[in-house]
Ligand binder design. Structure first.
Ligand code: OAD
Length: 254
C-alpha cells in the first residue's frame, strides 16, 4: 500500500493544496516517544498523580520540593525520549519550499525542536525554561538527573535573589503566556489548513484555539486515535496515531 492510500482522500487534498498549515499539538503527539499523556486511561499522568498537588501555584507554595522532584522526573523522561517519525515528518513538511507551517504546542517537552522543527508557540510553557519563582530571573541551573520518581528534592536557589527556581510550565490557575496564545490564534486564522493532533481538548483556553479557525472557515482536521472534545467541531477526523498518520501524510504530499 502506498502512503497516499493510507491517507483519507479529503485530508490529502487539503494538505496538498495548503500553503499555510498550522499544527496544534497536545500530549498525544509525544506519546509514541514514550512521554506519557495526562488523561489516557491507564497510562495518563493524572491517573497516577494529583494535579492539585503538583501543578498549581498553591502546590508550589505548600511544598516546592515535592513539585520540583516531580518535574525533575518528567524532565528525565523527556531527555531519555527521542522524537518519533511524526515529529520528523512535521519538520520535513515545514522545510518544503513554498510552505509556511506553524507549530503551536501544549507540550512542555522539546521533541518538535529536536526533530528539527521550529515551534511558533509553547502555550503551556517549556519544562526547561527554568526561572526564579520569586524574581522571575532566568536560572542557569538544571534538574538533577533522576530515573525514578522521588518524593522530594529541594529546588536550587536563584543566583540573583536566592528564591526557589521553578519549572517554566504554566500551572492550573496561571495565565498563558500572552504572546504564545496570540501567535497561535493568528496562525490558525491565517492558515489554509489546521491540524489538531493528540489533544483531549479539555484544557482551556488552549482548547479554544481551533475555534478561531472554524470561525474563519479554515478547514480543521483532527488526528487522534480516540474521540476527543475537539472531534465534534472539526471538519475531518482521522483516527490514527500521530507517529503513523503524519509520516504517511507528508510522504503522500508529492
Ligand atoms: P491529554 O492527556 O488530555 O490528551 C491526550 C490526547 O492524545 C487524547 O485525546 C488521546 O486520545 C490522544 N492520543 C494518545 N495517543 C496518541 C497518539 N499516539 N497519537 C495521537 N493522539 C494520541 O493531553 P492534552 O490535551 O495535551 O497542561 O492535555 C492538555 C493539558 O493538560 C496539558 O498541556 C497539561 C495537562 O494538564 C499543563 O501542563 C498546563
Amino acid at each position: 500500500m502506498s502512503a497516499s492510500d493510507r491517507v483519507p482522500t479529503e485530508i490529502l487534498d487539503l494538505a496538498r493544496s495548503a500553503r499555510r498549515v498550522t499544527v496544534l499539538t497536545g500530549a498525544g503527539m509525544s506519546a509514541e516517544s514514550g512521554v506519557p499523556t495526562f488523561r489516557d486511561a491507564q497510562t495518563g499522568l493524572w491517573e497516577r498523580f494529583d494535579p492539585a498537588e503538583l501543578a498549581t501555584p498553591e502546590a508550589w507554595e505548600d511544598d516546592p520540593a515535592q513539585c520540583w522532584a516531580w518535574y525533575a522526573w518528567r524532565a528525565s523522561l523527556v531527555r531519555r525520549a527521542d522524537p518519533h517519525p511524526g515529529h520528523v515528518a512535521l519538520a520535513q513538511w515545514q522545510a518544503r519550499p513554498g510552505i509556511d507551517l506553524w507549530i503551536s504546542t501544549q507540550n512542555v517537552d522539546d521533541l518538535h525542536e529536536r526533530a528539527g522543527a521550529g515551534v511558533l508557540a509553547h502555550v503551556h510553557g517549556n519544562l526547561f525554561a527554568l526561572h526564579c519563582a520569586s524574581c522571575g530571573a532566568p536560572a542557569d541551573v538544571d534538574y538533577p538527573p533522576i530515573t525514578e520518581p522521588v518524593a522530594r528534592l529541594d529546588p536550587p536557589g536563584c543566583h540573583q535573589c536566592g528564591g526557589p527556581v521553578r519549572p517554566g510550565v504554566v500551572w492550573f490557575g496561571e495565565t498563558l503566556p500572552e504572546r504564545a496564545f496570540q501567535d497561535s490564534v493568528e496562525a490558525v486564522q491565517e492558515a489554509d489548513l489546521v491540524l489538531v493532533v493528540g489533544t483531549s481538548g479539555l484544557v482551556h483556553p488552549a482548547a479554544s484555539i481551533p475555534d478561531f479557525a472554524g470561525a474563519r472557515g479554515v478547514p480543521v482536521v483532527e488526528i487522534n486515535p480516540r474521540v476527543s472534545k475537539v472531534s465534534g467541531s472539526v471538519d475531518h477526523v482521522w483516527r490514527a496515531p500521530a507517529g503513523q498518520a503524519l509520516p504517511a501524510l507528508v510522504s503522500a504530499l508529492d
